[in-house]
Design a binder for this molecule. Structure first.
Ligand SMILES: Nc1ncnc2c1ncn2[C@@H]1O[C@H](COP(=O)(O)OP(=O)(O)OP(=O)(O)O)[C@@H](O)[C@H]1O
Length: 270
């Protein structure tokens, strides 16, 4: 593992594992407000990478840049590159629909469609004109999301009748059904109780055998429990949206190199 330090204030580790994504000189603006500033780092494949930092530092903005969701936001502008293998997701020739098929997103608040459990998972397959066995793919996705046993006898029931934790696992199944290789999770447990949160965390750890996971979290225990690598973004004045430190999670929590990282993880800055 090598440490590069583009400026004396940044400690960015290059993971030893194969790369799932290489983010290069990423900048994001909303109108005149710059939310992400010259961020470069590599996200390892089949690992969990946590993005942490104070409120407003740009965590969600960075996550959304990874599957080109800012294309859908008025006034948002992205510069820089994100490479998945040789393909720059921001190249003019790259289709954003293709990007979102390979990079799924799970949101803070579970957001199932007001349809049956089955149709929620089948939805993306139908939209994409999938010609194979939809029922088999739905079952497989629900199994991978650790929900099959709870719902197999009520697949036609409205998804909105499920508990919050079940709804979140359904949203994970909906994303998985499209066979992405990367899953982005934006505070996926913040609307859930502690027991349900543990269940989703266990699921994330299980899914990381197959998928690359990038998670935004405010919960330091969660970042330290589930993630292999952690990226710390800074907020405040003209430094908002800068990546200050990126390293294996153990190092970030046990031996942070930057005082600002230490202040944040120990709760001295919010
Ligand atoms: N659609 C938008 N239009 C304009 N400004 C936005 C938009 N989305 C986010 N911002 C601004 O960009 C900055 C970064 O927001 P972002 O949601 O990425 O931060 P965050 O670190 O995820 O925050 P939090 O921890 O509070 O969820 C904030 O100042 C926010 O107000």
């Amino acid at each position: 593992m090598t440490i590069t330090s583009p400026t004396p204030a940044r400690y960015i580790v290059q993971p030893a594992e194969p790369a799932a994504l290489r983010i290069e000189r990423l900048n994001v603006w909303y109108g005149k407000h710059q939310a992400i500033r010259d961020v470069s780092f590599t996200i390892p494949a089949r690992r969990i990478t946590a993005i942490i930092g104070p409120s407003g530092c740009g965590k969600s903005t960075l996550l959304r840049a990874i599957n080109r969701m800012h294309d859908l936001t008025r006034d948002a502008r992205v510069e820089g590159s994100i490479y998945r293998g040789e393909i720059d997701l921001y190249a003019p020739t790259t289709d954003p629909v293709w990007v979102r098929r390979h990079i799924g997103m799970i949101f803070q608040k579970p957001n199932p469609f007001p349809k049956s459990i089955f149709e929620n998972v089948a939805f993306g397959l139908r939209v994409n004109g999938y010609r194979g066995d939809i029922a088999a793919r739905v079952e497989e996705a629900l199994r991978k999301a650790a929900l099959w046993d709870e719902v197999k006898d009520k697949l036609q029931q409205n998804a909105l009748a499920l508990s919050g934790g079940q709804q979140q696992r359904l949203c994970i199944a909906r994303a998985i059904a499209l066979e992405p290789d990367i899953l982005l999770m934006d505070e996926p447990c913040s609307a859930l109780d502690p027991v349900t949160t543990m269940r989703i965390e266990d699921l994330m750890i299980e899914l990381a055998h197959t998928y690359t996971i990038v998670i935004v979290t405010h919960n330091m225990q969660q970042a330290s429990r589930v993630s292999h690598y952690t990226a710390f973004l800074l907020a405040g004045e003209d430094r908002t949206g800068e990546l200050i430190e990126y390293a294996p999670t153990r190092e970030i929590f046990l031996r942070p190199r930057d005082r600002r990282t230490e202040d944040y993880i120990t709760g001295r800055i919010g």
